[in-house]
Design a protein around this ligand. Sequence first.
Ligand code: NDP
Ligand code: MG
Length: 406
Amino acid sequence: RKVQNVAVLGATGSIGTATAEVITHLNQTDTESEWRMWAASGHRNLDGLMQIAAAADPGPQWLVMSDPESAKTFADTRKDLIASNNLTGIRLDYGSDALIEVAQHPEVDVVVAAIVGRAGLESTLAAVEAGKRVALANKETLVVAGPLVRRAMQASGAEILPVDSEHSAIFQCMGPATIAGSDCPAPKPKKLILTASGGPFRTWSKQQMQSATIESALDHPTWDMGPKITIDSATMMNKALEIIEARWLFDLPADAIEVVIHPQSIIHSMVEFDDGSVLAQLSPPDMKLPIQYALTYPRRLPCASPGLDRGRQWDLTLEVADLERFPGLALGFEVAAAGGTAGAVVNAANEEAVGLFLDGQIRFTDIVSGCRDVLANHTHESDPPLARLLELDRWARLETRNRFKL
Ligand code: NDP
Ligand code: MG
């Protein structure tokens, strides 16, 4: 079997642990390829990383704890931890530079970019520059630096396969149509229709949302995800980020992207073609399918998660998205249309504001209004280099805190 070495960056997170399950499943079922978690990273959760490494078969060669402070924290215990997890002989590095080394290592075939937030940018870009197959969960990288990632991809020949379920759905719907062995060219879509569950506050009034608690915002009705994206789903900033992600991933203008509310999270997104025909991709809300497809594309193999239960009552509904109650959505369309520095600024303001909300320092509705204010306070530039984007990222975080006098 052909060996596929996978580097899972952000292995201790929600996508990371689902990826570990997918790799184990593929290794037991794929007759063509042998799947290995060759490297894995965590940021602070050393115990979690050790457990993932110990459960992987074959086990990884290289572990990275990207938080440099971890080296101090774990200096005394790491030898014991490594020995007690039977991981002796594995290379263990601390600090984010090692992420880049891993992402570009010649032994690595696929990089799963599953770090949360702008922190995933450098390693994701490094993997793209090295011409890897990148299974991209880290949407923030495209939001901050979409055009730079596209250019790097074109220069290196890297493949970016979406893991985000909506973008995977669109990618699957756009695939070339093949009729009985005669290949047709893939038609260009007219519209991308992103579905959104609507999150826990889908039916809440603006006023109710003003006093939304952390607990209620973290209680997502259909998806089990990390805390940052769960709050993003409640504000619908997640959909805003996905509009921008789609704009760069599929190279379509913002006005070719639409959002509809679909509370059941079964239809993961849709594509409309010039003749008005709309194709959709359906599966249960489980990230293992899009993760696996990004790894095995173009092959489709039996999946670790069960398919749709077609024996049950179907109740799939679509609703018009309410940009009034969810102003984050309108912001997403604006930022996707503006391009340039707008994505980096809004993404940083959002990351900072989500952190402040989770710390109990600002109200739920402050998150999106904060993003809008910080965006309005910056002077737009249309073709910024990476250094400028990173500078604006730092500026927008400070500006967000200043806005709330923190
Ligand atoms: P989690 O919070 O569950 O996991 C985040 C991962 O990133 C952990 O491994 C964490 O390490 C690591 N990490 C945190 N901060 C840093 C940092 N500063 N530098 C390096 N690594 C860091 O997030 P999710 O798995 O939910 O999300 C990951 C990405 O995937 C996000 O971009 C999200 O938008 C996207 N995504 C997630 C989906 C989901 O279903 N969860 C669906 C679609 C997209 P540690 O825990 O060890 O500190
Ligand atoms: Mg998504």
